[in-house]
Ligand binder design. Sequence first.
Ligand code: ADP
Ligand code: MG
Length: 249
Amino acid sequence: MSGRRQKVLVLYLANSALDAPVIAWALYDGAGETINAVDGVSLRVEPGEFVALYGPSGSGKTTLLMLAATIKQPDSGSIAFDGRELASLTTRESARFRRETVGIVFQGFHLRQGASALDNACLKLLALNMRWSDAQSQARPWLERLGLGHRLESRPAEMSMGERQRVALARALATKPRLLLADEPTGNLDTRRSQEVLGLLRDICTEENIPVILVTHDPQATTYVSRVHTLRDGTLSDGLHLDLHATVS
Ligand code: ADP
Ligand code: MG
């Protein structure tokens, strides 16, 4: 196809400094053309790093996150986490990787409407075949930590946007993920709630010593992270390193 440029995503998603570089493509078929959603990206994220991928709508942020989460497989190449090749996982294996290893928070929350906050926070644990009472014991402290101790029996429709996002965060954290991915988690929140959620992500990154990747087009969000990469037309800038513990003015 004329004008077709197959662009390369080099995504280092390492939980160990020894992981080899990996290469992947992320292409979509548009109307008669190939869309290179991610282009020549190189990224390595270590445990305890809170990394923002910052860019306008359509820059490839969600695609990059979906590759890291194994929701989307690269068209070519590989992605590694903790020395493990992800790009060639079968559907069953990648579903298991998502259940057991990854915590994902979406802008749209993806909560079960008919279920209480506590039930929603238990969903991933139940998918891991945990007993109901054990799942509740494991999920409840997260809801309490996130300020939802008084909301355990509330359904999503009865909660504010910020509360719903925190339920989604509790659900992601209850399984003790070793990789946390957040796609525009503050997209539906006001400034104060955004700050709360971003502060929580930063604290969890440090406390649990896991890699956390935040994709966002909110400039405020980038002040919470240890490193910012700007994404534009699928291309990632060199990371700008920030002091995670610096005071934000
Ligand atoms: P962002 O999250 O930064 O808004 P996306 O990763 O969703 O960006 O999209 C990056 C590019 O890939 C955009 O040009 C978008 O239109 C395109 N794209 C995303 N998903 C698909 C798809 N399923 N089919 C075709 N094009 C897609
Ligand atoms: Mg997106």
